[in-house]
Design a protein around this ligand. Sequence first.
Ligand code: AGP
Length: 608
Amino acid sequence: MCGIIGYIGKRNAVSVILEGLKRLEYRGYDSAGIAFFSDKGIEVRRSTGKIKELASLFESEKPFSHTAVGHTRWATHGRPTEENAHPHKSHSIVLAHNGIIENYFHLKEKLVEKGYQFKSETDTEVLCHLIEDYAKTYPFEEAVRKALKEVKGTYAFVVLKEDEPGKIVGARKDSPLVIGLGEGESFIASDVPAFLNYSRNVIYIDDGEMVVMTDDGIKITGPDGNNVRKDVKSVPWSLSMAEKGGYKHFMLKEIYEQPRAIGDTLKGRFSPESGEVNFEEFGLSIDELKKTEKIFIVACGTSYHAALIGKYMIEQLAKIPVEVDIASEFRYRSPIVKPGDLMIVITQSGETADTLATQREAKRLGAKVLSICNVVGSTSSREADAVFYTHSGPEIGVASTKVFTAQVVGLYLFAVGLGKIRGVISESLAKELLRELLMLPGKVEESLAMDESISMTARDYFKARGFLFLGRGINYPIALEGALKLKEISYMHAEGYPAGEMKHGPIALIDEELPVVVLAPRDNLREKIISNIQEVKSRGGKVISIINSSDSEVHRISDKCISVPYTNPYLTTVVMAIPMQLLAYHIGVLRGCDVDQPRNLAKSVTVE
Ligand code: AGP
């Protein structure tokens, strides 16, 4: 969602901000803007569309400044126009904001009465005028603090004041904000990639904190105005990890990184010799896990599909009942969570507003929270009782790919380890299940080798009116994921369905025009899925089956087969996910879509 970047230092702040905004593009946006100090005061430039449109405004003038802020906007209140783009300006105050000011209407009425004129349809402009109003009476930082006392909602923002050049004030509540520290320079941003080429030393700002950046350094205060001491953390990611590295798109690069991402996620976390999973890596005590009677798994989007797979794994291997929810639904169904229950939240970004709200609610109800998360230092990881990091590296493409398979692998480790310590699976079975993991990166490589065949399939069907994805059992979530990937990347309508449920409705969609992707591995449901394929074929549908190695029977009745290597039924989900990702990618490219930054989507969804 919206991205913020601010800079103070010796470099040309305008260039640093434009570069940082480029690196925040992956978050999703529809307009952008920049504000910088010059000898005329604070100047603001804004434009709709991509960063290159904004950059083109500087082609002739080439300003030089030491202090600037920039913003990419993902529209919530008001259309994506130049007037609604950030930063917004009151008389002396200039502000860029992420989040939603919920009581903006009420505040706006009060400010209009006082004579403030609004130029945009945004909720943000209210905050800008409100700070301006307080700044008539109070010093800059105090004015920000006073304004925040009146505001309800979520925010991360950076604010400048005309008569205080060389100063940026920032604050956060429920939206991410991180400081980057360099030699004689500092950065403030919504996410680390914005300044990763300059600094890997970071300070994460917590809710309620305010930061003042000047040439002399940074000062962080808590809600009471007292100084707060914060640890400087080192980011484990390098800049090259956040670059395309010769691939045409981040999405393709990230799909191809999966063998490495899975390998890194597994490193040091289990022993195939002893059949043991290192629960210290999960931050959970074995005693507590032995006593756990109920597990909830909550997530959004692709992470939710990993959660559904986790349910099959944990219930089958550890025999603990698992409830899975979409995060935005969980809180509103009055869930029965008790002290001693375990809540697993799955989130790539660690900043998804609905998921964060859920983990806070679960904590309030007395559950222990384990976050399966990819971003070190993210809000979810900091607020959880325990964290299992997927070591996938930065995921820049809006469509989640490599983190999804790493999440599934993390859940598998958890389920096997839990099954073993609870005595549900024997030591020898645990060893066998863990040994299979050692071969997984190689098997994912083999699935990736099907790329050419998948690209040909994409060419055959990219003009179809839609797609149906069918799976059964543990592969049903992979059908959901296949449909979600295709929708996001190609804007094509696609549905994921449990194959056995097809006859209760979606079968009406089937005709000669509809491609149906069927996940047909060699598992205990193979005979059933073969019957489902027959049902599609007898109505003229076109079947693309994803099979384990050769399967002549499925081959004979399908229009096209794509083979992935055989592994156990749990890990089959991982090798089956690869063709789903590649199919969506190729169809998206053939349809001329922006696969890395699909329209309307944001990489981290920081509003509810
Ligand atoms: C996946 O391709 C998505 N763009 C989206 O569904 C994503 O998985 C969802 O927003 C959850 O994000 P999170 O994992 O960062 O919490």
